[in-house]
Design a protein around this ligand. Sequence first.
Ligand code: NAD
Length: 316
Amino acid sequence: MVKVNRVALIGTGFVGSSYAFALLNQGITEELVLIDLNEAKAEGDAMDLNHGLPFSPSRTKIWYGSYNDCSQADLVVITAGASQKPGETRLDLVEKNTKIFKGIVEQIMASGFDGIFLVATNPVDILTYAVWKFSGLPKERVIGSGTILDTARFRFLLGEYFDVDTRNVHAYIIGEHGDTELPVWSHADIAGTKISDWSKNKQDYKPEDLDNIFVNVRDAAYHIIERKGATYYGIAMGLVRLTKAILQDENSVLTVSAYLGGEYGQKDIYIGVPAVVNHSGIRQVVELDLNVEEKQKFTNSVNVLKQTMGPVFSKY
Ligand code: NAD
């Protein structure tokens, strides 16, 4: 039998179905299986996506399936989970989703799955850690979407501000995918030229403009949710980018939630950092030489995550 790439998607809500649509449009996988607690939604999505196949760039077999179908998967992408209800704290959500993830990961592992996990459900850094714990897979094969979206938002806004193609902007957001994330200004450049030099040459430049760009990145999800209730296209495209890096063995540098075992002076945590991603998962974490202020903010981000995780994981 010829080996083909199979992606199993757990959760076909806003993020999951947008990911499936983007994946199909880019023709990246030969097989895509959709799994959701809401079976009718997953089945309906499979039918709908199949009807787009005559217009897609390559053949993809898409079906609504079960956890048994994960046995042959190269990649399992998890976008399933509960969302925050009014009156619920962040910690309530962490506890609820960790419990949901235990059930999901146990069923995936029971299928005989031996590939790579990619997690997008929030709080993504904590749930990626949960998948690593519950699956027993090597840390390299459990990846969270981390700050891939925040970094994309940052590059987009900087490109817009300096009027340069966003793809020529190289700048990272690292840390928690959330309120304590930070911009790495010390290593931000456009076409090999420091952002500070671009700023000098911009006539109407004001230092607070760059601060505002970061604040808009950090708070982007709140602004979008206020307007349309959820964010999904950006993250879906980020997940497709990661899927491509993994299935096509690209060795691409992307900001993902990766396990730190001493890098950045931190241990036993999944958090957003640049990392080289390929067919084996995370080949290596890229350790940026952060300045004093960035180091302090990164440490704070790690501490906030650990404080939230502590009470949850002590139960497992
Ligand atoms: P959604 O409510 O539309 O979809 C969630 C899906 O999960 C639903 O279809 C639901 O039926 C399914 N589900 C719930 N429990 C399940 C279980 N036990 N087994 C299988 N399926 C189950 O939500 P959404 O807007 O698609 O968001 C999904 C997640 O992605 C959220 O946690 C959200 O915060 C997160 N998100 C992450 C990023 C990021 O950058 N990482 C960006 C946007 C959204």
